[in-house]
Ligand binder design. Structure first.
Ligand code: MSP
Length: 639
C-alpha cells in the first residue's frame, strides 16, 4: 500500500481578493503534493475558505451583500484563481457548509460537557481584523492591535472559555518530545517561549454578532471563528460521520499543516490543545513560512495595497510565476516581492540558463545528428563531473523537498543547469563536429540531453507545463519521465528531437518594468466590479424597482458604516432600509431624497437591524453616490 500524505493550506478569509501572499501558500502546497505523488505517496490536498466572523460580515456589508452571497462570490473567485495557478487540490472546504458546522457544534458541546469549555465574562480590546482579543498591556499606542496595527474596540461580553491553562504543560511536553512538530526550529522556540509565559484561557464564543456557527446549547453565542476554522482540517475528512478519509489520511503516514508565521500560535497552541481535549491524536506537523513583503511593507487583502498574481501569470506565464514564488522566499523567513527582481530571475534563470541550454542542445542535435543521438562510449574529461553533479543534485533535491524546502530544491536544480551549460563550453561541440569520428560529439550531445531530461523531471512539481514541454521537445516517453527514471543513462537514445521554440524569451527589463509598474499601480477591481454574467430580460424584470422617499434616517447603533433609513415606497407602511453609505452621507443629507429602491429583495438583518430592500448607489474607488430622482413620486416604478 502507498504511504499517505495529507497536506492543508490555511483556509482563507474572504475579506477581499486573494493576493500573491495567499497564492504563495497554495502554490507551495501544490508543489509538495505533486512531489509526494511522484514519490509514490497517496496524497490528499485540502484548501478552502474561512467564511465566518465579524470581519467577513463587515466586508459583506461594505459590498452591500448578505454575508452568504458575499462569501459565495469570493469562494467562486478563489477557485478560479486556483485554477489559473494550476492548483490540484482534492477538496475545497467552506466553513459555511453543513458537513463542517455539525462537527464544530459537536466538538463545542462535548467540550462544554466535559468542562473544558466554561461560561464566563470577557472584557478586553478586540481587533476585528485579527479576530482576537488583547489585554491593555499587549496593545500598541492608541489602543492599536499588536499584530496588525489597526484600531481595537473595547468589548465586554459574556463568553465561553477554553481551558488552555489545563493543557499548557502537556502541550509543552509534547513539543519538546517531538522536535520536528513545529518547523523551522526558530518558530518552535517562539511557541515554547510563549507557552512558558503561561497560557490564559481562551475566549471561544461571541455574542456581539451572529455571522457564525451557533452554540447549540446557548444559541445567543456563536463559536469563535478560530475554533470554527481550525476544525476544518478534520471536518473535511468526514470526522464523526463518513470517516474513511479521516482514518486514511489523518491517521495515516504524514500530515502537514502549512501556515504563515502570523497564524502560528493558533495552529501550534489552540489546535493541539483542542485535539488533546477531544482525545483526537495529534498527527500533524506544522510548517510556518515567512511572508512576501512589498517594498513599502505588508500586503493586506482588506486594505487594498497588495500585489495580485493575475498580472504576472497573464504576461509571463504560470510557470515563471510559480518558479519565482517558490525560489525567492528563504526557508521560514520573509522575502521581497519586487517586479525588477522577478524580471531579472526570468531573464537570468529561465531565459539565459534553462532556455538557452534547451535551445543550444536541441539545435546542435538537429544540426549534427538530425535529431537522433545514442549513448556512446567515447568519454571526455568532463563527463564524470557532470554525472556526479546529476547524482548530487538528485540527492539534494529530494532532501530539500522532503524538508518542505522547494527554494533549495530549485537552487540544486539550477546548479545542474549551470553545470550543463559549462559542459557545452568545455566540450565545444562545434569543434568536435569538425572531426571525422563523430562518437565524441555524440557522447557530448547525449550528456546534455540526459541532463535536460533529469532537469525536466525535477521541475515537474514546480513548473509542470515547462517539464511537459521539455519532454515533448526531447521526445521523452512516459516511462522515462518518472522519479524512478532519475538515473543518468536511463534513456539510452534520443530520437526525433524537436528544435525548441523559445520557452522563455529574453525580456527587455526597462520596457517590462514600465508595463508592470503601470498595471500594478492600477488598483485591482474591487470584488463588485467585474461584469456579471449575462442575464435575460426575464431575469431583469424580476426586480421591482421603486422610487422611495427618505422620511427619516439615523446612524446604525452598532456599525459605523451603516445608515438606517425610513423609506416611503408608496405603500401603507414605510420600510426600514439599512445601507453601507455612512462614510459618504450624513443622516441629514439623506432625509428628503427620492431614491431608487430594490423593493422585492428578501429582507435581511444587517448587524441586528432589519433591512427591507436596498438603495441603488454607484461607486468607484474614491466616491459613492446614491442614485436619486427629482420629479417622480414615492412608489413609482422604475424600469
Ligand atoms: N482564516 C485564517 C486562517 C485559518 S486556518 C484554520 C487566515 N486567513 S488569511 O486569509 O488571512 O491568511 C491566510 C494565509 O495567507 C496565512 O497563512 C497568511 O500567513 C498567508 N499570507 C497572508 N499574507 C502573506 C504574505 N504577504 N506572504 C505570505 N503569506 C501570506 O489567517
Amino acid at each position: 500500500m502507498k504511504p499517505t500524505f495529507y497536506i492543508t493550506t490555511p483556509i482563507y478569509y474572504p475579506s477581499g481578493k486573494l493576493h500573491i501572499g495567499n497564492a504563495y501558500t497554495t502554490i507551495f502546497c501544490d508543489a509538495l503534493t505533486r512531489y509526494k505523488k511522484l514519490n509514490g505517496f497517496d496524497t490528499y490536498y485540502l484548501t478552502g475558505m474561512d467564511e465566518h466572523g465579524k470581519k467577513v460580515e463587515t466586508s459583506a456589508i461594505k459590498n452591500q451583500k448578505s454575508p452568504q452571497d458575499y462569501v459565495d462570490q469570493i469562494a467562486e473567485e478563489t477557485q478560479q484563481l486556483w485554477a489559473l495557478l494550476g492548483i490540484q487540490y482534492d477538496d475545497f472546504i467552506r466553513t459555511t457548509e453543513k458537513r463542517h458546522k455539525t462537527v464544530v457544534q459537536t466538538f463545542f458541546e462535548k467540550l462544554v460537557e466535559q468542562k473544558d469549555i466554561y461560561l464566563g465574562e470577557y472584557e478586553g480590546h478586540y481587533c476585528i481584523h485579527c479576530e482576537s482579543f488583547f489585554t491593555e498591556s499587549q496593545l500598541l499606542e492608541n489602543n492599536a492591535c499588536p499584530d496588525c496595527g489597526r484600531e481595537t474596540q473595547k468589548l465586554k461580553e459574556e463568553s465561553y472559555f477554553l481551558k488552555l491553562s489545563k493543557y499548557e504543560k502537556k502541550l509543552a511536553d509534547y513539543i519538546r518530545a517531538n522536535p520536528d512538530f513545529i518547523q523551522p526550529e526558530t518558530r518552535r522556540n517562539e511557541v515554547l517561549a510563549f507557552i512558558e509565559q503561561g497560557l490564559n484561557d481562551l475566549s471561544v464564543s461571541r455574542t456581539t454578532f451572529d455571522w457564525g456557527i451557533k452554540v447549540v446549547s446557548n444559541p445567543k453565542h456563536v463559536v469563535y471563528v478560530w475554533l470554527d476554522a481550525l476544525t476544518n482540517y478534520i471536518s473535511a475528512l468526514g470526522y464523526g460521520s463518513e470517516d474513511a478519509k479521516y482514518q486514511k489520511y489523518w491517521l495515516g503516514d504524514e500530515v502537514l499543516h502549512v501556515v504563515g508565521k502570523d497564524i502560528l500560535r493558533f495552529h501550534a497552541i489552540y489546535w493541539p490543545i483542542m485535539l488533546m481535549a477531544l482525545e483526537i491524536p495529534i498527527t500533524f506537523k506544522l510548517y510556518a513560512h515567512g511572508w512576501y513583503l512589498m517594498k513599502d511593507g505588508k500586503m493586506s487583502k482588506s486594505k487594498g495595497g497588495a500585489i495580485y498574481p493575475e498580472v504576472f501569470v497573464e504576461r509571463y506565464g504560470l510557470d515563471a510565476f510559480r518558479y519565482y514564488m517558490l525560489r525567492e522566499l528563504p526557508f521560514g523567513g520573509d522575502g521581497l516581492f519586487a517586479p525588477d527582481a522577478f524580471l531579472e530571475r526570468l531573464n537570468f534563470d529561465l531565459a539565459n540558463d534553462l532556455g538557452n541550454l534547451i535551445n543550444r542542445t536541441t539545435a546542435m542535435t538537429e544540426q549534427y545528428f538530425k535529431g537522433v543521438v545514442h549513448q556512446k562510449n567515447a568519454p571526455n574529461d568532463f563527463d564524470f563531473d557532470v554525472e556526479k553533479t546529476v547524482v548530487d543534485t538528485i540527492a539534494q533535491y529530494h532532501e530539500a523537498m522532503d524538508a518542505y524546502h522547494p527554494a533549495l530544491a530549485l537552487a540544486a536544480t539550477w546548479r545542474l543547469i549551470s553545470r550543463l551549460n559549462k559542459y557545452v563550453d568545455e566540450t565545444t561541440p562545434w569543434v568536435l563536429a569538425k572531426a571525422d569520428d563523430k562518437a565524441p560529439l555524440e557522447n557530448a550531445m547525449y550528456h546534455l540531453l540526459e541532463g535536460l531530461r533529469i532537469v525536466g523531471i525535477l521541475l515537474k512539481p514546480i513548473m509542470p507545463s515547462t517539464s511537459e514541454s521539455m519532454f515533448k521537445i526531447l521526445n521523452v516517453e512516459s516511462s522515462s519521465d518518472t522519479f524512478e527514471s532519475l538515473i543518468f543513462g536511463h534513456k539510452g537514445s534520443y530520437q526525433e528531437i524537436q528544435r525548441s521554440i523559445a520557452l522563455f524569451p529574453r525580456l527587455d527589463i526597462d520596457v517590462e518594468l514600465k508595463a508592470l509598474n503601470s498595471s500594478l499601480e492600477t488598483p485591482p477591481a474591487p470584488v463588485t466590479q467585474p461584469m456579471a454574467p449575462e442575464v435575460s430580460i426575464d431575469d431583469f424584470v424580476k426586480l421591482d424597482l421603486r422610487v422611495g422617499l427618505i422620511k427619516a434616517c439615523k446612524k446604525h447603533p452598532d456599525a459605523d458604516k451603516l445608515l438606517v433609513s425610513e423609506v416611503d415606497c408608496g405603500e401603507e407602511k414605510t420600510r426600514q432600509i439599512v445601507s453601507g453609505i455612512a462614510q459618504h452621507y450624513t443622516p441629514e443629507q439623506m432625509v428628503g431624497k427620492k431614491v431608487i429602491v430594490v423593493a422585492n429583495l428578501k429582507p435581511v438583518k444587517l448587524r441586528g437591524e432589519l433591512s427591507e430592500g436596498m438603495l441603488l448607489a454607484g461607486s468607484n474607488e474614491k466616491q459613492l453616490e446614491v442614485v436619486s430622482v427629482d420629479h417622480l413620486n414615492p412608489g413609482d416604478k422604475v424600469k
